[in-house]
Write a protein of this length. Structure first.
Length: 232
């Protein structure tokens, strides 16, 4: 589904990514782990074309997407739930949803009714402006908006950061349901316990490079890696 090899990205004269290499398979959930400032969000922004990369390959469904504009990457089938949610503040919940909706032929695919069934908390808020929603409601809206693109790959950057425990549980239940439906997911989050429950594989980033990769079982049995790279 997604293959990254030798990816290098800089902000001005400061290089952030150094030969990043990882992959996400079809119907697979993969996490990017690491302390703050190690390059996780930069990696996602490089995949999406938000930040231009200097070298390496980014292949999505066997097509090179490195250097493509963000809207083209999205049109090819990558849906992003960005850090900070970034919903449209002056559009209503309904307008936020239909702004990115991609209609699929046949019976399969996400619809507005489908995402509202996933997040019933938004049903009574459809006419409310995005900037008047709570943080949890905004995150639900951001995920629902990304799903309405009917993406082949869903990327979530800090999906549960700053949310109340009840809302975090709601989001993790949503992601578990998406996994059961066969959705390919790349996720950045700090809630290691929940990540280890739903992710098939993990990659740890340290100073812009992948320093460890493995399954949840591998990670759980390797306390040394947790202490060294995640500070747990």
């Amino acid at each position: 589904m997604l293959s990254i090899n030798g990816l290098e990205t800089s902000y001005g004269t400061s290089q952030i990514l150094f030969g990043m290499e990882f992959s996400v398979g079809k119907s697979e959930v993969v996490s990017l782990l690491g302390r703050n400032g190690m390059g996780k969000t930069t990696t996602i922004n490089s995949i999406m074309g938000i930040v231009p990369s200097m070298a390496g390959t980014v292949n999505f469904k066997e097509r090179s997407i490195r250097g493509l504009p963000s809207y083209t990457v999205a049109q090819l089938g990558i849906g992003l739930v960005p850090e900070g949610r970034q919903i449209f503040p002056n559009l209503s919940v309904r307008e936020n949803l239909i702004a990115t909706q991609v209609h699929c032929t046949g019976e399969k695919g996400w619809t507005v009714d489908g995402v509202l069934e996933m997040f019933p908390e938004l049903v009574g808020r459809l006419s409310v402006m995005g900037n008047l929603l709570s943080g949890g409601e905004q995150q639900m809206l951001a995920i629902a908006r990304a799903l309405l693109m009917n993406p082949s790959l869903l990327i979530l950057d800090e999906a549960t950061e700053g949310l109340a425990p009840l809302i975090r549980t709601k989001i993790w239940n949503c992601l578990s349901r998406l996994k059961a439906m066969g959705q390919s997911i790349l996720i950045v989050d700090k809630n290691l316990k929940d990540l280890m429950r739903i992710a098939d594989r993990h990659y740890i980033i340290e100073k812009g490079s992948i320093v460890w990769s493995g399954t949840s079982g591998d990670l759980q049995g390797n306390r040394q890696q947790l202490d060294r790279y995640l500070g747990i």
